[in-house]
Design a protein around this ligand. Sequence first.
Ligand SMILES: [Zn+2]
Ligand SMILES: [Zn+2]
Length: 352
Amino acid sequence: MGKTMKALMYDKPGRENSSIRQIPYPECGDDEVIIKVMSASICKGVEHDHDNGTGTDLAKYPVVPGHEFAGYVYEVGKNVTEFQPGDRVTADNTEYCGDCYYCRREESNYCPTFGSLGHNINGGFAEFVRLKKEKVFHIPDSLSFNAAALSEPVACCLHAVDRSNLKYGDTVVVFGAGSMGLILAQLYKASNASKVYMIAGASSKLELAEKMGIETIAMDRNDYSAHEKALLEKEPLGVNLIVDATGSPKVCEHSMKLLKKGGMLLQYAVVHSKEKMTLDPNLMFNNELTFSTSFCQSHNFGRAVDVLASKVVDGDALVTGEFPLDNFYDGLDENVKDRSSIKVIIHPNKEE
Ligand SMILES: [Zn+2]
Ligand SMILES: [Zn+2]
């Protein structure tokens, strides 16, 4: 074996089929960039699916997971002039053909060959990761690697904001105080919305939202009447937009009645169960309600970096744990099991 690097590798889904080990260092093509990964963040749902044996829909094994990362440019191909070794960067994890019906409409997230680092291409839980140069983005010195690693979730949340057709002054509810809910609420707060509420179970995460200036309402998972009453006291007609960042079909189903006429429910979170939901066609029709969804981004990375650099989204405030690559599984366990955990960062390299 030639030059090697340390990486987390899943040969098949399931922790027992994975290990942290030496694998070949990626060869840098003429139009490619190798990044020395300083911070790679755990995307809880995705990494948990690799780890619990479910696998992810896009995944092709064996694969190095990790699609949220930032670091230093380490090596550049001979056609690369925009980047030099040592530059601080993050990178867009998505891959698509560029030539199909959707890609030609700049809707590459619908491309039939849509792929992603960390799913079907080796990703960022490794000392080094290889990207096409057009996927790499400079980050300012004022932006930490930890925060820059959150560019991918921020880019996905921006896609949701773009799809929510907000009119100036609209009111918004975000359900769920996980990392996505906290990013979405910060984005909407800086949008043209006049009011943003977060509704979620009482936790340190909901307290963080409150500290970020978002009005919060505590939710009892066994009795929705309390938060419904609390919201309707503040907003008697309901709100214009509800964004679900809980992944609970039950939350979506019950939320339709909290919308103003003409309102929209946007399903953001992945539903990790086979649970179905029922929508009332008469309520939908009579109130001209929209049910919409938001899956993932393409072409949003530049804006995501700007949003983090300008502190519209406070990335560092979302980081609750940091681990070296050797302790990846401890980091994942903390993220999955600890209710106060928001974003956990893995450091494959130490700052020299
Ligand atoms: Zn992610
Ligand atoms: Zn395509």
